[in-house]
Every structure is written in C-alpha cells, then in structure tokens.
Design a protein around this ligand. Structure first.
Ligand code: ADP
Ligand code: MG
Length: 228
C-alpha cells in the first residue's frame, strides 16, 4: 500500500514502469516484451489501480488498456489460493466479443510470467458449452469472457465469484451497445462488494457514467480521449 494520500498523482508523471510498485521479475518480463515505457493510460491508471483504487478510464483503441488493467489484476492474484478443485477465481474480465476476450487472455498470458503459473480461462458464447464447463472443473485464477456466457456458467454453479478480488469491464461502451447491461449487472451483483472494479471504455456516454456510479467506489477518473 502506498503511504501517499489517495488522490496523489505524483507517480503518474513518470512513464517508467520501474516507478510502479511491481516485483523485479515482473519488470524484467515487461522489458522482455519490449515494453520500455508506459503508455499515457497506463501511467495515469496503474499507480492508483495497484494501490487498490477503483478506476473509470476512457481511452481510445490501441492505447494499451489491457496492460493498464492486466498488471493491476495480476498483481492482486495469490497463485497459491486454491481449494480441492484447483485455483480460486480472483480476476474476472468482461469483454464484448469472443475475439476481444481471446486477445485479452493472450495479453494477460504474456504479462503473467509463465513461471508464476497463473491459470487463465476464456469463456465465450458461440462456442460449445461442454468443454468450457469441463475446463472450469479444475478452477482458474482468472476468467476472461463475454457477459452472456459468464452469467450462464455462474447460473449453472460452474463458476463462483465469492473469492473475486478484481472485476474488469473492458470496452464497456461496446458491451452496453451490444445489450449486455443486464448481464453485467447480474454478474457484478454476484461479486464480493469489497472487490476492486476497473472500468475501461473508448467513449463516455451517459450509460457508462451510470454504470460507473453503480459499481465503482470512489473511482479515480482517467480520461485521455482528447489526446491523439
Ligand atoms: P487497447 O485495449 O487500448 O486497444 P491494447 O491493450 O490491445 O490496447 O494494446 C495495444 C498494443 O500495444 C498491443 O499490441 C500491446 O501489446 C501493446 N502495448 C501495450 N502497452 C505497451 C507498452 N507500454 N509498450 C509497448 N507496447 C505496448
Ligand atoms: Mg482493448
């Protein structure tokens, strides 16, 4: 935990990943990935996300939003937390489409070092349910998926959010456009109230503001839409 006051933005002026409260092996992995400096959205949101704050972030496509929430989500995972079935679910990322969910899973796997053994599952509609249920039997630290399918597996009791520490709404504006509002609400209602919530969106329509007021606790608002 940072000793700084919650609203401090001292660190956000630095673009150096080393200014973040991240373990040395994570920093080495970022260097290996060719991530030399933070993008503006990462510099503005990561220090606060890593300190546990809820974030409401608006930034255009290609600005590096996945690592902005991914590094915070991964930092809060205890890989050893498990029950008889396997790892306990600690991170959940909701995405609008299967393609985006697969991209996010891929990026999270790059950010999570292989030796840390973080188990990441992708659960999306439009793919057969049975193999997804089978993969869930052995548990996962992180699930990335589309709201409809996630709600479905929650309803079947195949996934439980009781141990969730971080909920991410990625491309939240597109999820609302696609009619996922009620599914998102139903999923968030099953997550522990003390979880951290990170909401990322390319645009900031009233629906996003409403969602933010409903789910985020004293969020830090990060808006970089004007920068090109
Ligand atoms: P967004 O979700 O905002 O559209 P992504 O998270 O998909 O953006 O990132 C876009 C691309 O930039 C990806 O290929 C990602 O690997 C790369 N990237 C993200 N952060 C950095 C960084 N700090 N340095 C270099 N490349 C980065
Ligand atoms: Mg993205």
């Amino acid at each position: 935990m940072s000793a700084q006051p919650p609203q401090s933005t001292d660190h956000s002026s630095s673009l150096d990943f080393a200014s973040l409260d991240l373990p040395a092996p994570v920093l080495e992995n970022l260097a290996r990935l060719g991530y030399a400096t933070m993008t503006p959205i990462q510099a503005a949101s990561l220090p606060l996300a890593l300190s546990g704050r809820d974030i409401l972030a608006q930034a255009k496509t290609g600005s590096g939003k996945t690592a902005a929430f991914g590094l915070a989500l991964l930092a809060r995972i205890d890989v050893r937390a498990q029950d008889a079935a396997g790892p306990l679910l600690q991170g959940l990322v909701l995405c609008p489409t299967r393609e985006l969910a697969e991209q996010v899973s891929q990026e999270l796997r790059r950010l999570a070092r292989a030796e840390d053994n973080v188990k990441i599952l992708t659960l999306c509609g439009g793919t057969p349910m049975r193999p997804q249920l089978a993969s869930l039997e052995h548990g996962a630290h992180v699930v990335v998926g589309t709201p409809g399918r996630i709600l479905d597996v929650l309803g079947r009791g195949a996934l439980r959010c009781a141990t969730l520490r971080t909920l991410v709404l990625d491309e939240a504006d597109r999820m609302l456009d696609m009619g996922f509002h009620d599914d998102i609400v139903a999923i968030a209602d099953q997550c522990p109230p003390e979880r951290q919530t990170l909401l990322f969106s390319a645009t900031y329509p009233e629906g996003i503001a409403r969602l933010g007021r409903r789910f985020l606790r004293q969020p830090v608002e990060v808006k970089l839409a004007e920068q090109h």
